[in-house]
Design a protein around this ligand. Structure first.
Ligand code: SAH
Length: 204
């Protein structure tokens, strides 16, 4: 997977490649799909959600440029696969998921792997995690029509955010950066397909 799907397509960040060699993806898919865990595509994880394609996870992490000192906020824990990679790359990880069954499964998998630098929350990540903010890095695994305002507010100066932006089949994996003075830059990178970000009613 790492050589043929990632390195051969231009993923070059050594830390990301190493993390993807270390974290056993087959522990994050349903038992019936273990044989396909390293396939070049997303897979269903129940509740109409998917574990993202390995290449898209690697690309998101490369754009995110996580350092061993980073405090990271992840929206959409899902299977917990990307969470485990972030735990390997960053200092502290805060992850939020709106579907309780998925969150509990992910928690169990990370605990079984002995991962201790992750905090979990059940809820709507489009509002952020105010008590733990600001974050050096923010990554979303679900597609939003616009960059959620609360998340821009919770991104530290010089911070980076990676998210799928758009709707339906018109989605772009997008890099949002914040300058030292707080100015925000938005740069679409590659087309992508993610499940939608579901914000609680009444939110913008
Ligand atoms: N990185 C995960 C992706 C899971 S799919 C993986 O590879 O397994 C995206 C997840 O985002 C789904 O589990 C979905 O329930 C969750 N999600 C969607 N909207 C959300 C929101 N507003 N807050 C938190 N999680 C959300």
């Amino acid at each position: 997977m790492v050589k043929s799907q990632l390195e051969n397509r231009g993923i070059s960040d050594r830390r990301v490649l190493k993390a993807m060699l270390e974290v056993p993806r087959h522990l994050f898919v349903p038992a019936s799909l273990v044989g396909e865990a390293y396939a070049d595509r997303p897979l269903p994880i129940g509740e109409e959600q998917t574990i993202s394609q390995p290449y898209i996870v690697a690309l998101s992490l490369e754009h995110l440029d996580v350092s061993p000192e980073s405090r990271v906020f992840e929206v959409g824990t899902g299977s917990g696969y990307q969470t485990a990679l972030l735990a390997y790359l960053a200092k502290d990880v805060y992850t939020i998921e709106r579907i309780e069954g998925l969150l509990e499964l992910a928690k169990g998998r990370l605990h079984a792997l002995g991962i201790q630098n992750v905090r979990f929350c059940l809820g709507d990540g489009s509002k952020g995690w105010e008590d733990a903010a600001p974050f050096d890095r923010i990554v979303l695994s679900a597609c939003s029509k616009e960059v959620p305002k609360a998340l821009i507010g919770q991104l530290a100066p010089l911070g980076r955010m990676v998210l799928p932006l758009g709707q339906g089949r018109s989605q772009w994996l997008t890099l949002v950066t914040k300058g030292a003075t707080g100015k925000v830059y938005v740069k679409p990178t590659v087309p992508c397909v993610f499940v939608p970000l579901i914000a609680d009613e009444g939110d913008s």
